[in-house]
Design a protein. Structure first.
Lengths: 575, 210
């Protein structure tokens, strides 16, 4: 990194503008830069430098002001929404947005938890790092039951781009040959504990259609020379990833894509640059740049480029498009179809089952595993689905021994209490469902008619709720989870369907969907706007369905494929 | 020496910190590690600093007699054994500070009201304050409280559960609790899915989330 990397005012017309610096933006910048394109990455937030700015890292609890809890006043004033995220705490709070500055409304009778990471690196610093390919069953799901539109791509369109990003990012996992969850290019998987292996064996014996595998994560379990050359080393199993990792052991923009992009000399970054809207040229029918409001002093400026990639997060990218109004596009750029803003989805994390595992008293683990097990979706095609609802769900989870923290409510005082809390307790096992959410036109975002944020940008009104299908699915997930655990011999098994808001899975996708038909979709099969040739959207906004897999790996692959296409088209003079 | 004078002072050169520095130095070199660690923003000075005299002065929420009473409760709930107990590491001071900064008015009130109730029941039964009881009497009183009997009701039990959870949190996130009473690994170096429990012999004090 050097000072010339960061720019503010410039008249330069860049080959490519990338809006956003998170998982998608980092990949777009790297791929353009490595192809020799002069690239401007625009980030609305501040610069976060790898290592130097991981200010919460490596500090034991007793040296923290409130032992990693966040002060009341700060939560009240700045983090009312963000604090709902499991990863929000005193060591990570600086990587979450300030709710006071980032207001949004929700339609009457609906709620949506919008978790923000507005800094260089975006949410790649604080993601959960689970990495899965989509399968042909996922790409075909909409067409088979008629909800949503058909994805315009299939596995063979994306496979080589998945491989490309996996090799660079480093994905740990085990080869499983599952039709619903294609294999990646793997580093060795994280290890299962002995009780987990026993539960896996039980589930696979009792339910031939199900399996339990180690979750696939973007962690360097065994770095390759490529990773070492990026300045990244083996995962140390601290599982404090959200604080930032100076070992570079998990994939983030800072650890992986940004160093590669910067090395080319083709990258510039405009931090503290909030994109107000895109500048559309009626004569050429192309986007010629972006209008910026300075994050700090609210002054205005513009940046110009030959092609624009929106990688500003699902909701962020669509907000920019909705606010880019022109004579040709009075309802938002590239929105002739009228579906821009619609078909918002998230994953439904609203069921769990847990129980005690008897025995294994002399079994323990060492280190803090940064991921758990996965039971892949076993209702991955209509013939395998429930009769009561459409689509399916996966479970993530894991086994652990009880700690003082999980026994904080235990009865007893004195020496016996201290002895109990000083030892690892019973083995426990928990499964949490992650369900697919159907694409529905009604679930949408729109610009608020009057409210604006401090940058003068219309606020969003989010209108999103679970449908009957999602609720029925979660009830079933709680029941099925409990049945599997009882059959595996667990004791004190409990399960429950819960009622958390959409948004809190932080897997929001949709709102600028791909499709073959320009009348019913915003983007074509290369994430290029049907209506504007030099505008691409490659983050989660482009999704046609949510599937059940954590979506980030697909953001990466779609982005790289779109850059590959755009670069070729530009060289041929067609963009 | 009075037990109050043993306090768990934050030690910047503690073992876990040294391990962290060693690990980082291996990757980025000593100059890099120095600048990296120099840039850390959450300063030790901001952390609640255990105070040997916190039971002798007013706290932020609790008055001096309540602080002394809470210190005694800490001593009974997690006593000194081969390792220091909750009172010796000023968990009472931590609780008062944490209540003030990180808890609601209702929760602060829960804590104050259970301390009052304990004193009321104690003086009704033994005609003296909780702090003037001997250790066995204090132990018996808190045991009655946990069982909602001898003058304590279920609401009292729930209020005490809240304070006790905070006490446990404070002790096991203190340096003594996390790294002496429990096994602390700042940088495990990798995850091993199966080790004999005997080889560790106690719970892990190093956790991903506190």
């Amino acid at each position: 990194m050097n000072d010339e990397l960061y720019i503010k005012e410039t008249e330069q017309v860049f080959d490519a503008i990338v809006v956003g610096s998170g998982i998608s933006g980092g990949w777009a910048a790297k791929e353009f830069c490595e192809r020799g394109f002069k690239t401007l990455m625009i980030e609305r937030g501040r610069v976060v430098e790898h290592r130097k700015d991981y200010i919460g890292e490596g500090i034991p609890p007793w040296e923290q002001p409130y032992r990693n809890k966040v002060e009341n006043l700060l939560v009240e004033q700045k983090y009312k929404v963000q604090q709902e995220c499991y990863a929000f705490n005193d060591s990570t709070k600086h990587f979450f947005g300030n709710d006071r500055d980032l207001p949004y409304t929700t339609a009457k009778g609906t709620q949506f938890s919008w978790i923000r990471g507005n800094q260089l690196g975006g949410k790649s610093l604080i993601w959960h790092r689970q990495s899965y390919r989509l399968s042909n069953h996922d790409f075909a799901a909409n067409s088979l039951d008629g909800h949503g539109n058909d994805w315009p791509i299939r596995d063979n369109d994306l496979a080589k781009f998945y491989s490309h990003v996996e090799i660079h990012a480093g994905i740990s996992g085990s080869k499983e040959n599952l039709p619903q969850l294609p294999d990646s290019e793997y580093l060795p998987p994280l290890e299962m504990t002995v009780p987990e292996k026993a539960i896996k064996a039980s589930i696979e014996k009792n339910y031939p259609d199900r399996t339990m595998i180690m979750g696939r994560t973007a962690h360097l379990t065994k770095p390759t020379d490529l990773h070492l050359s990026q300045g990244r080393v083996q995962c140390q199993a601290r599982n404090e990833c959200h604080k930032g990792c100076s070992f570079g052991a998990y994939f983030s923009t800072q650890s992986s894509t940004l160093p590669s992009a910067a090395k080319t000399g083709n990258l510039h970054i405009a931090p503290n640059s909030v994109v107000h809207s895109l500048i559309y040229d009626e004569k050429t029918q192309r986007v010629k740049g972006v209008r910026i409001i300075d994050n700090d002093d609210l002054s205005e400026r513009e940046y110009y480029g030959k092609v624009v990639f929106l990688c500003a997060s699902t909701i962020g990218s669509t907000q920019i498009m909705l606010n880019s109004k022109s004579k040709t596009f009075p309802n938002g750029i590239a929105n002739r179809s009228g579906v821009l803003g619609h078909y918002l989805m998230d994953h439904n994390y609203n069921a769990f089952a847990e129980g005690d595992i008897p025995g294994f008293e002399n079994e323990f683990y060492r280190g803090r595993r940064p991921g758990g097990i996965l039971i892949p979706n076993f209702q991955y095609e209509p013939s395998r689905g429930s009769k009561h609802y459409l689509r399916g769900f996966a479970y993530s989870g894991g086994a652990y021994r009880e700690t003082w923290q999980s026994m904080q409510g235990t009865d007893g005082i004195g020496v016996s209490l201290k002895q109990k809390l000083g030892q690892a307790g019973k083995w426990k096992f928990k499964l949490s469902a992650q369900g697919e959410m159907l694409p529905r036109f009604e679930n949408h975002i729109a610009l608020h008619s009057s409210l604006k944020d401090k940058w003068g940008i219309p606020q969003l009104e989010i209108n999103c709720k679970w449908s009957e299908n999602e609720m029925l699915m979660m009830k079933d997930a709680a029941k099925i989870g409990a049945e599997m655990l009882v059959k595996a011999g667990l004791q004190n098994v409990t399960s429950q369907a819960t009622n958390r808001n959409p948004g809190i899975a932080i897997h929001e996708v949709g709102t600028a969907r791909m499709g073959h038909d320009a009348k019913t979709s915003v983007l074509n099969k290369y994430n290029q706007c049907h209506d504007v040739d030099n505008l691409f959207v490659t983050d989660g906004a482009s999704f046609c369905s949510s599937a059940v897999q954590n979506p980030s790996l697909t953001f990466m692959a779609l982005t790289v494929r779109a850059v590959d296409y755009a670069a070729k088209e530009m060289k041929l003079g067609r963009i | 020496m009075n037990s109050e004078e043993h306090v768990d002072k934050p030690i910047t050169t503690n073992k876990s910190r040294r391990h962290f520095i060693a690990g980082i130095t291996a990757i980025v070199g000593s100059a890099g590690a120095a600048s990296l660690l120099g840039g850390k923003g959450i300063s030790v000075a901001m952390a609640y600093t255990p105070d040997p005299n916190s039971a002798k002065t007013n706290g932020k929420i609790l008055n001096q007699p309540q602080m002394a009473q809470l210190r005694d409760i800490c001593a009974v709930v997690i006593p000194k054994t081969e390792t220091l107990g909750a009172a010796e590491v000023d968990t009472h001071g931590f609780i008062d500070n944490q209540l003030f900064h990180c808890h609601t008015k209702d929760q602060q009130q829960q804590a104050v009201s259970i301390l009052k109730k304990i004193d009321e029941v104690t003086s009704g039964r033994l005609n003296k304050s909780f702090a003037n009881c001997d250790k066995q009497q204090q132990y018996d009183l808190l045991t009655s409280l946990e069982q909602s009997e001898n003058g304590f009701n279920n609401e009292d039990k729930q209020n005490f559960k809240f304070v006790k959870a905070l006490l446990i949190y404070g002790y096991y996130t203190s340096e003594v609790g996390a790294s002496k009473e429990l096994a602390y690994l700042a940088i495990p170096g990798g995850f091993t899915g199966s080790v004999p429990y005997d080889s560790v012999g106690k719970g892990w004090g190093s956790m991903s989330y506190y």
